[in-house]
Design a protein around this ligand. Sequence first.
Ligand code: SAM
Length: 337
Amino acid sequence: MSGIADAFNRPVNYLRISVTDRCNLRCIYCLPPQGVPLLPHEDILTYEEIASFVRAASTLGISKVRLTGGEPLVRAGLPGLVAMLAQIDGIDDISLTTNGILLADFARELKEAGLKRVNVSLDSLKPERYAAITRHGELDKVLKGIEKAKECTLEPVKVNVVVMEGVNDDEVTDFARLTMSEGWHVRFIELMPFGGDNPPLAHSIGKAPSPPKFVPVERVMDRLQSLGRLEPSLPPRGNGPARYYRFPSARGTIGFITPISDHFCFNCNRLRLTADGKLRPCLLNDMEVDVHQHLRRGAATEELKETIVGAIKSKPKGHQLARGRTAKERTMSQVGG
Ligand code: SAM
């Protein structure tokens, strides 16, 4: 694997870039209904600045880039950024994490610009429940987005489901069935405690009074037993932290992402860049290294590289959730998930 190693010998070759802190949804576990204070526009990195950063990072062995947010597709001209990144030597995989609401509109353009694949966040297959979880999202648009992405061969399309007790945990078998009938690749994710009010405390939906609670992956696996025996599987393309399984007759896979019950920090190959130009060596730790100032004054590649190496070397060994410590300064939508 390419990528310079951090202080614990983990090669870092994967960069997640948040292109905006704006989002067109207000998922109950991610944002309060009124949203959170937004970055001033002038603080947000331009596409040229992001590309300069990625050029420097690529010379250090970063080869995979994922665009996220906020909702990345609400930022104007995203296919233009993809095209800029696709031309950078050493970048061999550009992917996108989206809520899918605008995906049908942009899938073709993104593919033509050089995007390889998409992950779509989708926490319910029931239109009313989906609207309640996202606080107004239209399920139909997301399903159309998934179909369009497949048609444009932005594959594999992975569907990410954050499982919450009493909110959507009764739907895990419905999602799993789609791996057999439609060849979907579904990943169940444990809800993480994140930020001061994330998951927001003041929410109410369905049977869950407040706030949403995480469901350990073993409980999800137990529920899936009613559909047959899960067999370990190779991952569909990608480099995420999921463990994969499939039902014998299924074209699609089921992945489990377990930041809480079985963390994967020992394998972490990631660096994150926030929309306002801060490097985050760890999602669940507030430590940040500023690259905004370097990018704004057009710093030379060597200087950027030095800053990136510093951030990589400062990656903590692992998160501290077991000790009740998490990132507090920013919400998930402000870091990029
Ligand atoms: N808007 C895009 C989307 O919905 O995919 C990208 C940003 S969103 C913050 C990225 C991912 O973070 C989503 O899959 C969302 O479900 C997940 N997420 C947000 N808060 C979370 C939490 N507390 N625990 C686990 N996942 C969370």
